[in-house]
Design a protein around this ligand. Structure first.
Ligand code: ATP
Length: 300
């Protein structure tokens, strides 16, 4: 990962199920669907995310070199490539964490190139974030109550009319309901009162995804969501991703575990030295000589 990558590397040890770990261990959410009270994802384009000739250099290094690709609505698309291929930089350019030197990013028909991260997230293009240090001192429930967009701020709350207060109370009640839906969906309701800082690596990943979902995204960008996650939680996370995809959410996933990508993504985009080397189905990618060569020379 580059220095600018902000999503990853959790502190929890793989295999550690953390406080109040799910005693059953097995996925229990197979039939749960997620009601966020927002009507679910809402994009009109067949390819909501389109990246066109995107370019970013750092000094003499061209990290992303005229990369173009698009991501299909409702798909789970993998973005792969050897170390240093430009995956994190691409994510950072799409989500506004970095400004491109040239090229465009279009989301749901709108040019969002160079917009600020919160503006892009407000449009429904959301990446998961590592739980910040100050949020680790708050409970899981508090973390989720703080996540959604469009909430009226605390400062406003103090200085407003009684009518406005009623509206805020109503909003809070609705929000609490949505938060519990998400907690149950991810099967982490039993750790609602646990401090985020005490969670295992895997539980933190679930919380990060739960937080992202409460912002009403249409598309989620996941940067190595399984790093440090034990196999049973990995299975659960994957199951949740597939369930959400079936509900119409779109996912772009950066992941080093090639088997996981090939087994779960319907489309794979391969970056190499900042360029899109090829894209296709997992079978096509696995049979592609250029990809094999890039990886063999790429020190994966
Ligand atoms: N802030 C930065 N300053 C200088 N060089 C950078 C910066 N961020 C990335 N790079 C360089 O750009 C290239 C692409 O890096 P990037 O992190 O995007 O690749 P990646 O595919 O995510 O790699 P990995 O799989 O190892 O995480 C690398 O050569 C990297 O060293």
């Amino acid at each position: 990962m580059s220095d600018s990558d902000v999503t990853n590397v959790d502190g929890g040890a793989a295999g550690d199920d953390g406080p109040n770990a799910d005693a059953a261990g097995a996925p229990t959410t197979g039939s749960t669907s997620l009601d966020l009270g927002s009507g679910g994802p809402n994009v009109s384009e067949e390819y909501p995310l389109q990246v066109e000739a995107l370019r970013k250099s750092f000094g003499g290094i061209t990290a992303v070199d005229d990369a173009s690709f698009r991501v299909k609505q409702g798909s789970l698309t993998g973005l792969i490539g050897p170390n240093g291929a430009g995956k994190s930089t691409t994510f950072n350019l799409i989500t506004g964490m970095l400004q491109p030197d040239s090229g465009t990013v279009t989301f749901d028909g709108e040019d969002i190139t160079g917009q600020r991260p919160h503006a892009i997230a407000n449009k429904g293009l959301v990446r998961t974030f590592q739980i910040a240090r100050e949020l680790q001192e708050m409970t899981v429930l508090e973390n989720l109550m703080l996540a959604p967009k469009g909430q009226r701020g605390e400062a406003l709350w103090r200085s407003v009319t009684p009518g406005f207060r009623d509206t805020v109370v109503e909003q809070e009640t609705e929000l609490l309901e949505r938060v519990w839906n998400v907690l149950e969906f991810f099967d982490i309701d039993h750790i609602a009162e646990e401090y985020a800082g005490n969670l295992s690596g895997g539980q933190r990943k679930l919380l990060e995804m739960a937080r992202a979902l409460l912002t009403d995204p249409d598309m989620l960008l996941l940067d190595e969501p399984f790093a440090g996650v034990n196999p049973s939680l990995e299975k659960r996370l994957l199951q949740h991703i597939h369930e959400l995809r079936e509900e119409g959410y779109t996912f772009l996933l950066v992941e080093h575990d090639m088997d996981l990508i090939m087994e779960n993504c319907e489309r794979v985009i391969v970056l190499h030295q900042g360029r899109v080397l090829t894209e296709g189905s997992p079978d096509e990618i696995q049979a592609n000589e250029e990809v094999i060569e890039a990886y063999l020379g790429g020190n994966v």
